[in-house]
Design a protein around this ligand. Structure first.
Ligand code: CTP
Length: 207
């Protein structure tokens, strides 16, 4: 199972809070898994991407809460779950069913925390391998290791925004894989498709 893409947190019928995730990394991993014979459940936020492989079963969601519900529903039959989505940490407390009108005053939008999907799966996981992503702008390795503990992950794929060619909206990525047993593997700049091969190789070793 994979989560991928951004989430959109609705403010009113025409506006949302989102992020720059394209979904490319998650979709590339889904393709690689399917090509190796896996049945893949891809839980995807709004993206421009399409899947072609018949073994990828896509579930489209919009918000973090919908992604959480779909992930919780399917997790128990999975061998592994890869959390590649850029989930919004907060959502507007209230959804306005009519378009908010401009009245010239300051507009205060109160945000409330979304569920942490990876941590929720980490809390209930049995034999599944749980893989997280970490996107850090500072103290990357220390923060990534904290996420392993906090979310009960088996390993984390770290991409640092300090690196050119890594992260959102690019076709390339530079990753390190940090395992909960202390192991660390650093990889050079590659296309996201080639990075997906490295991640799936590492996952296969862990199964
Ligand atoms: N994640 C998730 N649900 C959330 C937030 C994050 O499943 N509500 C997952 C992401 O898919 C990713 C990992 O947790 O695999 C780490 O995401 P990141 O945004 O780096 O971490 P946060 O927990 O949001 O921590 P912070 O924003 O403080 O860095």
């Amino acid at each position: 199972m994979l989560t991928a893409g951004p989430t959109h947190e609705k403010i009113d019928p025409v506006r949302f809070i989102g992020n720059y995730s394209s979904g490319k990394m998650g979709y590339a991993i889904a393709e690689e898994l399917a090509e190796r014979g896996a049945e893949v459940t891809l839980i995807s936020g709004p993206t421009q991407l399409h899947v072609t492989h018949p073994s990828i079963h896509k579930i489209s969601v919009e918000s973090a809460k919908e992604m959480y519900a779909a992930s919780m529903e399917h997790f128990d039959t999975m061998d592994a779950a890869i959390m590649a989505a850029a989930v919004a940490d907060y959502a507007p407390e209230n959804y306005a069913s009519q378009k908010l009108k401009r009245d010239g005053e300051d507009l205060i939008l109160r945000l409330v925390p979304n569920p942490d999907i990876a941590a929720s799966l980490g809390a209930i996981k049995e034999k599944q391998i749980l893989v997280g992503f970490a996107l850090e702008t500072q103290h990357a390795e220390a923060n990534a290791r904290k996420k392993i503990e906090k979310k009960n992950l088996d390993f984390v794929v770290l991409n640092s925004l300090e690196n050119k060619g890594a992260g959102f909206q690019t076709d390339t990525n530079i990753i390190s894989i940090l395992h909960r047993n202390g192991e660390q593997q650093d990889y050079p700049l590659k296309s996201k498709r080639a990075v997906a091969v490295d991640i799936v190789d590492y996952l296969e070793k862990s199964l």
